[in-house]
Design a protein around this ligand. Structure first.
Ligand SMILES: NC(=O)c1ccc[n+]([C@@H]2O[C@H](COP(=O)([O-])OP(=O)(O)OC[C@H]3O[C@@H](n4cnc5c(N)ncnc54)[C@H](OP(=O)(O)O)[C@@H]3O)[C@@H](O)[C@H]2O)c1
Length: 337
């Protein structure tokens, strides 16, 4: 079978992607071949392509951390997967493609009737928000949390999933135009350009049980400073390590050292750590399938809904990546059919 893939071929801001067509072999034992229908595009793809994430893939590589498609064939020893079945998967890279072989255990069934583009729009964002809320910070009713970038894809996922827990006080930072959206999801909206979130939190609840921060750099320390005793900073992004198109590894290092490593040494009862979508794979191997299935079930039951979805054809992945870097309202999804 021939497959079309979009490769990141360098670390530049433009002309960094190249469309290539190659043969995809039959799936090896324990694997299935998926005809990809939709692949999510996220700001994290930009950070990987620009080389800002330590340990990220090196060019040439195929970006894309989430995909949805249909099982086309299965290798020897695969059970529990039917040809023709729709599945979703999270991958470290490889999503921008029309076809891929993946280990069968990575493929999670998509409930009947769920649109593949909508499934791709929620898979990564809601999966990571779910894991950070439930498995890392273990948030429960009566607690309070701080969500940065609350109007963004992951931010909105936090707000919607916290609404399901119920009784959680949520502070959500966003820019002025997005404050109403944040409020509509039951959060206390803080305009991060004109207000100090630390003051807003101290004045109302004193401190939060958890802060979820994708901004990075010195921002991690500011989020840590609003934790109450026993609270946890969950850092999960490094937006500030790429500003105005320029990677700034110094800012990234400052965030890790000053916001995560050093605060953890203080005997103040607070904890800090960096989370990514693969953080729990060793300690909780069942969590991947359970949590992705749960997110897809919530979507199927209309209990979560991504903000606007913008679709582009796979061949326009370069435009999608550029839009993700400029900042987009809603979720970008590549149509791979
Ligand atoms: N660790 C992982 O495995 C993983 C996986 C996926 C994504 N991520 C990370 O998650 C982050 C969010 O991704 P996304 O797809 O949700 O991005 P997104 O949809 O572009 O949303 C980002 C939001 O951040 C807000 N923002 C920017 N600067 C801010 C600041 N200083 N304070 C508060 N908010 C600020 C913007 O809000 P306004 O428009 O209102 O200004 C924007 O809506 C990225 O850093 C990405 O790398 C991590």
């Amino acid at each position: 079978m021939q497959t079309t893939q979009v490769y990141a071929v360098n670390r530049q801001q433009t002309d960094c992607l190249e469309v290539r067509t190659t043969d995809l072999e039959a799936p090896p034992a324990g694997h299935a071949r998926v005809r990809v229908e939709a692949a999510g595009v996220s700001y994290g793809d930009v950070l990987f392509q620009r080389g800002v994430v330590p340990g990220g893939p090196k060019p040439p590589f195929v970006p894309g951390c989430d995909l949805v498609g249909v099982v086309e064939s299965v290798g020897a020893g695969v059970t529990g997967l039917e040809v023709g079945q729709r599945v979703a998967a999270l991958v470290v890279s490889g999503g921008y493609t029309t076809g891929i072989n993946l280990p069968a255990e990575r493929l999670v069934p998509v409930p009947d009737g769920v649109d593949p583009v909508r499934a791709a729009a929620v898979s990564l964002n809601y999966f990571i928000a779910h894991q950070m809320l439930h498995r890392v910070a273990r948030i429960s009713s009566g607690q309070s949390i701080l969500v940065h970038g609350a109007s963004g894809g992951v931010g909105l996922a936090f707000l919607q999933l916290a609404e399901h827990i119920g009784g959680v006080t949520v502070f959500g930072t966003a820019s002025a135009a997005n404050l109403d959206l944040v409020r509509r999801h039951g959060a206390v909206a803080v305009d991060y350009r004109n207000e100090d979130f630390a003051v807003a939190i101290r004045d109302s609840v004193g401190g939060v049980h958890a802060a979820f921060d994708p901004i990075g750099g010195p921002h991690f320390f500011r989020s840590y400073s609003v934790l109450r005793r026993g609270g946890r900073l969950v850092a999960y992004g490094q937006n500030d390590a790429l500003r105005d198109g320029k990677p700034n590894m110094f800012i990234g290092a400052v965030g890790f050292l000053g916001g995560i490593i050093l605060p953890n040494l203080r005997p103040d009862g607070k904890k800090t750590g960096f989370y990514n979508a693969w953080s729990l794979e060793k300690s909780q191997p069942q969590a991947y399938r359970e949590d992705l299935a749960q997110v897809l079930d919530l979507l199927s039951a209309d209990k979560i809904a991504p903000r606007e979805i913008h679709t582009l054809p796979l061949r326009e992945a370069g435009e999608a990546l550029a839009r993700a870097e400029r900042g987009v309202t809603g979720k970008l999804v590549l149509n791979c059919t």
